[in-house]
Design a protein around this ligand. Structure first.
Ligand SMILES: C[S@@+](CC[C@H](N)C(=O)[O-])C[C@H]1O[C@@H](n2cnc3c(N)ncnc32)[C@H](O)[C@@H]1O
Length: 486
């Protein structure tokens, strides 16, 4: 299986190729609704990323149309977006509770677990855990996993999605209780009451651009009914997550059709707020019931922390890392989660969003972007200069901000790798999913650059697997960088 993927397993220490198969075989089906799928290995001939009919073996030996400057071992294997991206998670139990468009799919996590020959005793870390795809998938396989996440909304989503120790009967009772309070308050109020207690308008800029007043009123009533009933905290969090799961896009004037949120006119739409919320909450309760029936336990923890300086001590050494840092593009996680951050009271002042945006890896907007436009950021540690210097210099000739942006990106990713290293057991293996970009006409070959960053920081690169060409441009790949810590 590993050799199918072109990863040089011979260079990996202590390889036993049957471990995850053993793991999957032992646990079998997770529940009637969560069939364990085999790792993704395409068997049929198909069109490769360069338009040629290939079988898998020939695809893997393909050379890229623009030869990479890197000496690192590159392989090519196409994985459909339906499997690799958030789309795979939409219908999957638990993964579908909250939709984060830049998430990777649970299939990809299984693929990486297999490629790294993961065994039941392995301990997994995802230092950029997002909506916790990695941790949810690991937990479904009984693996212990930890996550780091800097964004308070995504930390909440991840941690709450991993709490499967809830009694479905309690959840159904609580939902009936929330429904009764919702109905009462909905009858007693009109959109004109927005702004008076308990219907506090989220302090986001231009709230009615985000929500229709009638929809916002009802969404706030659900929030109030969840928060102020006689409901234990974990159950309350469960229903807060259910509301977060439909707040965007179902209840908002936005669509997630493209990667970024963008506004649409929903003035003529029928938006039945309670029905949308109750359907989603009901689906989540069914998932919890299935997980309980399958004997699934909670084994994972997400820390709300900055992965470049996590400051946490873990009870176990990490043996496998599966993660996806933000890509070097303009996507700002903070901008895209602002409706939730304000609606659920994580933030009450714009400066909090700006501060988080400054610390978060990846795209920025507003103040964080203005700061980045000034001066010339240098690679840190200085050894990064030889790796990212030529790319940054080429971009700088056209745009100082974007050159600083790329330097900041690799500086922070290197800082994260350095901060993670003491948490790893010797021989730990890592898999980083990254995307290449084109910035001001300059190709940012993120995968090979990251591979070289790993080498400079004392890791060995097993291989780089390019699995998907991004829609946004030719030769822009998404890849998995596999490395290990000797
Ligand atoms: C590509 S997303 C991860 C998505 C995740 N794989 C999933 O499937 O949901 C990257 C995540 O890194 C987080 N992040 C960015 N900078 C961070 C930092 N310094 N420390 C911890 N998390 C960070 C972002 O908030 C975002 O959730």
């Amino acid at each position: 299986m590993l050799s199918c993927q072109g990863i040089n397993v011979a260079r990996m220490p202590g390889v036993q190729q049957t471990n995850l198969n053993y793991l999957l075989g032992v646990r079998g089906r997770l529940s009637p609704r969560t069939p364990t799928r085999a790792p993704i290995v395409d068997k049929k001939p198909r069109i490769d990323t360069y338009g040629n009919l290939r079988d898998n073996r020939s695809m893997m030996s393909d050379k890229p149309p623009t030869p990479s400057q890197s000496e690192l071992p590159l392989t090519y294997r196409s994985i459909p977006a339906q499997q690799a991206t958030f789309k795979a998670g939409i219908a999957a139990p638990v993964h579908g509770w909250f939709r984060l468009t830049p998430s990777f799919g649970p299939d990809l996590v299984r693929d990486m677990l297999t490629a790294m020959d993961t065994a039941p005793q392995d301990v997994i870390l995802d230092p950029f855990s997002g909506a916790s795809t990695t941790l949810i998938e690991c937990q479904q396989h009984g693996l212990t996993a930890y996550g780091f996440e800097i964004n308070p909304l995504l930390h909440f989503v991840g941690q709450t999605s991993l709490n499967w120790a809830l009694d479905p009967a309690d959840l159904r009772r609580a939902l009936a209780d929330i429904a009764a309070r919702y109905e009462r308050l909905d009858r007693q109020t009109t959109p004109a009451d927005l702004g008076t207690a308990p219907l506090h308008i989220p302090p986001i800029h231009q709230p009615f651009k985000w929500w229709r007043p009638d929809v916002l009123k009802r969404a706030l009533i659900i929030k109030h009914a969840v928060q102020h009933g006689d409901i234990p905290a974990p159950v309350r969090d469960f229903f807060r997550l259910a509301l977060a799961g439909v707040l965007v896009p179902d209840l908002s004037n936005v669509t997630l059709g493209r990667l970024q949120l963008h506004f649409i006119d929903r003035s003529a739409d029928t938006i039945d707020v309670w029905a949308i919320f109750a359907a989603h909450a009901g689906r989540m309760i069914n998932d919890v019931a299935d997980l309980a029936a399958a004997g699934q336990r909670t084994t994972s923890t997400v820390f709300h922390t900055d992965a470049t300086r996590p400051g946490v001590s873990l009870p176990h050494s990490i043996t496998r890392v599966i993660t996806s840092p933000p890509y070097p593009n303009r996507y700002s996680y903070v901008w895209n989660t602002r409706p939730h951050l304000y609606f659920f009271d994580f933030f009450d002042r714009p400066v909090q969003a700006a501060n988080l945006d400054k610390r978060t890896i990846g795209g920025t907007w507003g103040t964080a972007t203005s700061i980045l436009a000034k001066g010339e950021l240098t690679p840190d540690p200085p050894a990064l200069g030889a790796i990212i210097g030529p790319t940054a210099d080429a971009i700088r000739a056209a745009d100082n901000l974007m050159a600083n942006y790329v330097v900041k990106y690799f500086n922070l990713v290197a800082a994260q790798v350095q901060a993670m290293t003491p948490l790893l057991a010797p021989g730990a293996r890592v898999a980083y999913v990254v995307g290449c970009s084109r910035i001001k006409g300059v190709y940012v070959e993120t995968d090979t650059l990251l591979g070289r960053v790993f080498e400079v920081l004392g890791y060995r690169v097993d291989g780089i697997e390019r699995f998907r060409r991004r829609n946004s441009g030719k030769n822009l790949f998404e890849s998995i960088v596999y490395a290990y810590k000797p």
